[in-house]
Design a protein around this ligand. Sequence first.
Ligand SMILES: [Mn+2]
Length: 454
Amino acid sequence: MKQLLACVLLVALRLQLGVAIEPENRWDTEPAGFVNEQIRFWNHGQGDVIDISEIAYSELGTFAGVPRVHCFTKDLRAEHRYDIAILGAPLDTVSCLPNRKQAEMRSELTLLMLTGGRPGARYGPSGIRTGSRRKAWGYSVFNGRDPLRDWAKVVDCGDAPMTFLDNRAAIKTLDQAHRSASSRPAANPEKSSVPRIITLGGDHTTTLSALRGTHANWGPVSVIHFDSHIGTQTTSAPHANAGSKPCTDSYVMRGKTLGTLKPESWKTDVELQQLMTKIFQPYLQVAVSRTMRISSYPPTHCLNLILNSSIHAGIRAPLVRRKGDMRNDVRCGFETITSREMDKSGAQGIINKIRERVQDTKVYITVDIDVLDPAFAPATGTPEAGGWSTRELLAVIEGLEGLQVVGADVVEVSPPFDNHGETTALAAAEIVHALLDLMVVTPVKAPKDNTQEL
Ligand SMILES: [Mn+2]
């Protein structure tokens, strides 16, 4: 009761002396960004001119309000340099093969189909940016860091120009966009030699381009793959019998879907063949030697962009083949953590398992938003009930601090299916922010060989 009285008295006193309270006393530490601007507005008097020259939150909607930079220009002057870039990949390839006959045709379109259930991932980049409006500043209560006020220059490249009329052209332009955005000197050469990219999908096809771009600068990587689907099933006849499901799953994880095409079918599409040759040839030798060591699986099936130390986490979607899918998955270099392991070992157990798997290799983290339960991420192409909460996933990601993260993405966000509270967009933005934090806290330098041409 005494405390209540004291509070009332204090409030009354403050109201009376309101004008005497210095604005700077409102804050313990230096306010920043949005807060600064708010103070500017609060403090203005009649006739004052408000300085709007440094207003940050009224810009066009880049991710977390970071500067927009033209990342596809050949102009490499300082203003076009950065350390970490957000790159939108607005693509969804929704068609699935309706019958066996078409499956047997193995058109290249088969290879690039991802989102089987709900289209709309092409709006993912703008949706995630919208969800990031309140991420412009702020120190984490968990680790005390703010990745946007640290050493790294973080920028938003906008979206790669991806046509929805031709998947091959779309992927090619995304390849180019990744190459361009990541093949320039970084802004802080003492910390990082070339920029690292966080891609906003787009469906999971977009990960292939990102992995190609990552490989070009960093070599093969361990992939930490958060998803409800394993994504390594073959795009062959079985999926003609199983509805849209396998289409959903057979995205081009580490080039695997392309890799499972029979060589003779490559010849049906010269352009695709050239594309594959061009892309895969430089690191075939690495891939073959690794593949040969891990299994007798034909090297043509595993043209690794990734290392045999990759791992899925959050898996729960049904398999097409009772045992064959997982057998194939192991051959492709993956270990699997199912969604229910969260109940048994908790976030820390999962963190330990991932760390044990990837060791000190360079890692690429790909987050399919459907790793979350549809309660936390309803807006996605292929929702699977029984997933992790947003908090659980964020805890796992944050637990990966210290790993050498050289690339990342958040894919399969389909804003047309989000709710009014933008639940999925908020979760996705938070995840991107967490990935960004991992990159900032652990700078990684590219091998010298890969930056000579810059
Ligand atoms: Mn998925």
